[in-house]
Design a protein around this ligand. Structure first.
Ligand code: NOJ
Ligand code: CA
Length: 548
């Protein structure tokens, strides 16, 4: 297979977030590593993944899952070496796959040499690398993000005798982007990884790069200026490489991160994610339809990143207070399931392991505008462990086989970074890749088959989106691209539903089902009528317009 030379490959790609530490252990020290990940690329290619996203694998004290970076251009020794990373990039390229890596621009670990130098030598070369103040009096309108753990964005440093600013944990001091030297250092690290061959970056926590008193210190113009400078370097020196931003913000704020096709190529669509769970719980499309109606058009060279789960809590920052309370009451019945403004659970347990709802959520993910970003383990319906600290309960070792170490590692299980899942119905003895690969009726095969249907149809990646409205319990929309028209009908409710959809705006000579088993399907007088079983969805190609 050859690597796509299409500069807009990301518009039709399927992404897969994989925690190196938790995926596969090559040297049996109990810790997943880059070589282990390389050994699993055939599996990921078989599944239909186009691009891996690797969260931080850099040297780090690991007090925030590696988002506390102590060296931007190294590899945490227990995960491997820069050469292992180069080998991984070669091996992915040989399979026609790509790799983006996390880049944590906003802050470093307090163990980073820059911070150590900054605290001990205020007038030295790193003195201004962080945001230092004599008193914690500025930026008080900025919210605290990790509300479970910290109460202030300022902490006092005994060594320097000043306060430093941090939007996350106190061991993650924010870099001071008012100092041009900070950006220069960051750009050097960006160049390092692009030269090594990565295909782009997932940019962590970008809304917080610049602070300004009297504002909430999010999405400020100076922050966008910084990102545009990064994009300029990427475009000029490494054309074709992408920037995907993590800005957990409302649609009208997020679209600013695309700029005028001169900032990020992609941005996660945070607000739509919780509404998919809300929709299937309420049996109502209202909230999903509303947020998509509120989502402005994006520049031609850009794409949304959509997702159901990731390595963090299922964030409820981008819903109303009423919706948040509803989500907590329905999806976090045990108080331990709450985490910050979210829920520390994986996809399958959130929907009681119900195949219909797991498939429906994926059906929405794959058909809505944007490139889907899957989370490792969700393809087999892996479980979680809410009793692990912070967000670790959704970061447990991948379950490959039923053996004692689940095929993740042959080391003693108590050396693993996190314990294997052992909750009833979710342990490796009943839930693993090997068993599901051997079973054509498994969730894994279902997802692979459904990804293959999507892969053959660029309309899902590049097409226009039209909400067809209609019955509240059924979310129906059209994706269309150059004569290809696909109607996607999703029964969000626990009861069978019949719908009548006006598709007169499109060519309607024929209706071919490309996914699903709708009953009583008819097309006459430009009305599409069909029935769907509880939580079922279907994709219908209209007008005999062809598949691609
Ligand atoms: C967002 C990351 O996804 C999360 O895991 C991390 O804790 C914060 N940014 C801080 O870097
Ligand atoms: Ca290892």
């Amino acid at each position: 297979m050859t690597v796509s030379t299409d500069a807009e490959w990301f518009k039709t790609a399927v992404f897969y977030e994989v925690l190196v530490r938790s995926f596969a252990d090559s040297n049996n020290d109990g810790i997943g590593d880059l070589k282990g990940l390389s050994s699993k690329l055939d599996y990921l290619q078989w599944l239909g993944i186009d691009c891996l996203w690797l969260p931080p694998f850099f040297p780090s004290p690991l007090r925030d899952g590696g988002y506390d970076v102590a060296d931007y251009t190294g590899v945490l020794p227990e995960l491997g070496t820069v050469d292992d990373m180069r080998d991984l990039l070669t091996a992915t390229r040989e399979r026609g796959m790509k790799v983006i890596i996390d880049f944590v621009m906003n802050h470093t670990s307090d163990a980073h040499p820059w911070f150590q130098a900054s605290r001990s030598d205020p007038s030295g070369p790193y003195g201004a690398f962080y945001v230092w103040r004599d008193q914690p009096e500025e930026y008080l309108d900025a919210r605290v993000i990790f509300i479970d753990s910290i109460s202030s964005n300022w902490s006092f440093d005994e060594v320097r005798g000043q306060y430093f600013w941090h939007r996350f944990y106190a061991h993650q001091p924010d870099l001071n982007f008012e100092s041009p030297r900070v950006l220069e250092e960051i750009l050097d690290a960006v160049r390092f990884w692009l030269e090594l061959g990565v295909d782009g970056f997932r940019l962590d926590a970008v809304p917080y790069l610049i602070e300004q008193d009297g504002t909430n210190c999010e999405n400020l113009p100076g922050t966008h200026e910084i990102l545009k400078k990064v994009r300029k370097v990427v475009d000029e020196e490494f054309p074709g490489k992408i920037m995907l931003c993590e800005a957990n913000q409302w649609p009208n704020e997020v679209i600013e991160y695309f700029g005028d096709d001169d900032e990020c190529h992609m941005a996660f669509h945070f607000p739509v994610m919780p509404r998919l769970y809300l929709g299937i719980r309420e049996g109502s499309r209202a909230s999903i339809s509303q947020i998509l109606a509120d989502t402005p058009a994006i520049p031609p060279g850009c794409q949304w990143g959509t997702f159901l789960r990731n390595h963090d809590e299922l964030t409820l920052e981008m819903v109303t207070e009423d919706e948040r309370q509803y989500m907590w009451s329905e999806y976090a019945p045990d108080p331990r399931m709450k985490c910050n403004l979210g829920i520390r659970r994986r996809l399958a347990p959130l929907v009681d392991g119900d195949r219909r709802r797991i498939e429906l959520l994926h059906g929405l993910l794959l058909a809505l505008p944007g490139s889907p970003v899957l989370y490792y383990g969700d393809e087999i319906g892996m479980g979680d462990n809410i009793w692990l600290q912070d967000r670790d309960g959704v970061r447990t070792p991948m379950q490959w086989t039923e053996g004692p170490g689940a095929g993740f590692s042959s080391a003693e299980v108590d050396t693993f970074p996190y314990p294997l899942i052992d909750s009833p119905g979710y342990g490796p003895e009943v839930l693993n890749v090997a068993a599901q690969q051997a079973d054509p009726a498994s969730l894994l095969h279902w997802l692979r088959d459904t990804l293959a249907i999507r892969r053959d149809r660029p309309v899902f990646g590049r097409g226009d989106f039209t909400d067809l409205g209609g019955a509240d319990a059924v979310f129906s929309f059209v994706r269309s691209l150059e004569g290809t028209v696909v109607v996607c009908v999703n029964n969000l409710s626990a009861t069978a539903q019949s719908v009548e959809l006006d598709v007169s705006a499109w060519s309607t000579s024929a209706a071919d089902v490309i996914y699903g088993s709708p009953a009583e399907l008819t097309l006459d007088a430009e009305l599409l009528r069909l029935s769907l079983a509880p939580y079922a969805f279907c994709w219908i190609n209209l007008g005999g317009s062809g598949d691609a």
